[in-house]
Design a binder for this molecule. Structure first.
Ligand code: GUN
Ligand code: ZN
Length: 452
């Protein structure tokens, strides 16, 4: 519920960093927007104006200004793949994907039959996201429709832009967690009608992965997607080698893993596939042609020993694929997108690639918005977009202060463009490698301060 204060304009002054284009494809000069002394005007939850303080000061002289000296203000982080019911089983020891699902994940998800329990965890989960500067996420619930209701009710209370959906699973899972093709279809349909575009909430049809759905269930998921073409499709793809082998046995008629989803009509512009580690050339090609997105989940891929995501391949110029970042909690080991960028950097290093701070932060903001087809609403400070943003502290810990030295006077006030960008890249790299929730100084949702 917007408060009275959000109805009148507010102004935030400080150093702003966002992206106006993709630094994987154009130069930093053409993609990075850094305004050392900027002013952001927010009205009715949206960005009404944005530019340098010097340019805008006179126009908004009547508006009260909140200033963040020495901080960097960025668009809120976007997590393109996470499981809220797995919050409590984060960091489960010793297993890789298939064993991990059976031993830890399924018994935990069983608890979400109880709506009150689901509500408690959803609330804790959303608080944790906000504390880490994540303002939008694409979220797995469980097979229980009430787990989706609980999640959306909590997200709605916080006025968050969130995407979620009921998990579809009709085989290769315990009886207590399975639905049928028909109940999956009917329950998902009712949830779409109830929640999709309800305030800031959006729905994703969510088959868990090819292993836990029959042909018939995937077919009905495709039918539903045809009936509601603007809802999302969210699932897992080619994460683990044993998983890939099993999919080939279950679907011998399919060319490859992605083809299982493709034949059911599940591969399109609003499809988001988590992982995509062991993809063939044909699958990369098809994802690019379909304008589907991949969610790169480095902490999970390392923790579960799944493998190394080929970011350079997915972001190639000749066959570009939309890529966002995911924490994949509880396979992933941190809610923090900064921490996730740290691990993304290391995954790239193991493949002799260097992931620059600007490219990494692009993935966490505008790149994530593009992966979720939300670039008209989120991802940078363009006027008209929703005012979800974070205030970052480069000196949040003593070692961060020592490493980054905070924002120099030049960075706070401006210098020549190239020098400034190079110095900025160096400092924000330090922040991305050393930062976590302590670097999140403040979080705004639709212009409202919600965490400090
Ligand atoms: N594949 C199918 N289900 C899951 C899950 O819950 N987590 C991860 N990381 N991969 C999956
Ligand atoms: Zn996952």
């Amino acid at each position: 519920m917007p408060s009275a204060s959000s109805q009148s304009p507010q102004a935030i002054r400080g150093a702003f960093l966002d992206f106006v284009n993709d630094p994987f494809y154009v130069s930093d000069a053409e993609s990075v927007r850094y305004i050392p002394d900027g002013l952001l005007i927010v009205e009715k939850g949206a960005i009404a104006d944005f530019g340098s303080y010097a340019d805008l000061q006179a126009k908004y002289s009547q508006v009260e200004i909140v200033t963040y000296p020495g901080k960097i203000i960025m668009p809120g982080f976007i997590d393109t793949h996470i499981h809220y019911p797995q919050s409590e089983m984060i960091a489960a020891y010793g297993e890789q994907l298939l064993e991990w699902l059976n031993k830890y994940t399924f018994p935990t998800e069983r608890k979400f039959r109880d709506k009150a329990y689901a509500q408690t965890i959803a609330s804790l989960f959303l608080d944790e996201l906000l504390k880490n500067g994540t303002t939008t996420a694409l979220v797995f619930a469980t097979v229980h429709p009430q787990s989706v209701d609980a999640f959306f009710e909590e997200a709605s209370r916080r006025n968050l832009r969130m995407i979620s959906g009921k998990v579809l699973m009709d085989r290769n899972a315990p009886d207590y967690l399975t639905d049928t093709p028909e109940t999956a279809y009917e329950e998902s349909k009712q949830l779409i009608q109830k929640w999709h575009n309800n305030g800031r909430l959006l729905y994703a049809i969510t088959p868990r992965f090819a292993i836990t759905s029959t042909h018939e269930q995937l077919r009905l998921a495709g039918k539903l997607l045809q009936e509601f073409p603007d809802v999302y499709l969210h699932t897992h793809l080619s994460e683990n080698l044993k998983e890939v082998e099993w999919v080939a046995e279950l679907f011998p008629e399919c060319k490859n893993y992605l083809d299982v989803y493709d034949r059911a009509g599940l591969v399109g512009e609003k499809s988001v596939f988590a992982h995509g580690i062991h993809l063939s050339e044909d699958e990369f090609k098809r994802l690019s042609a379909a304008k589907a997105a991949l969610s790169f989940c480095p902490t999970s891929n390392l923790f579960l020993g799944s493998g190394l995501f080929k970011l350079h391949k997915a972001k190639s110029l000749n066959q570009p694929i939309k890529v966002g970042l995911g924490t994949d909690v509880g396979g992933g080991t941190s809610f923090s997108m900064l921490h996730t960028l740290n691990e993304a950097y290391k995954v790239a290093q193991l493949q002799t690639q260097s992931l620059s701070a600007f490219k990494a932060l692009f993935l966490a903001t505008l790149g994530g918005a593009r992966a979720l087809s939300l670039e008209d609403k989120l991802g940078n400070f363009d006027p008209g977009k929703e005012a979800d943003f974070v205030v970052l502290d480069l000196q949040a810990t003593s070692i961060m202060a020592t490493r980054t030295g905070g924002l120099s006077t030049r960075l706070a006030q401006g210098s020549t463009e190239t020098e400034l960008r190079e110095e900025l890249a160096e400092k924000v790299f330090g922040m991305m490698m050393l930062g976590d929730d302590r670097a999140i100084h403040a979080v705004y949702i639709a212009g409202e301060l919600v965490h400090r």
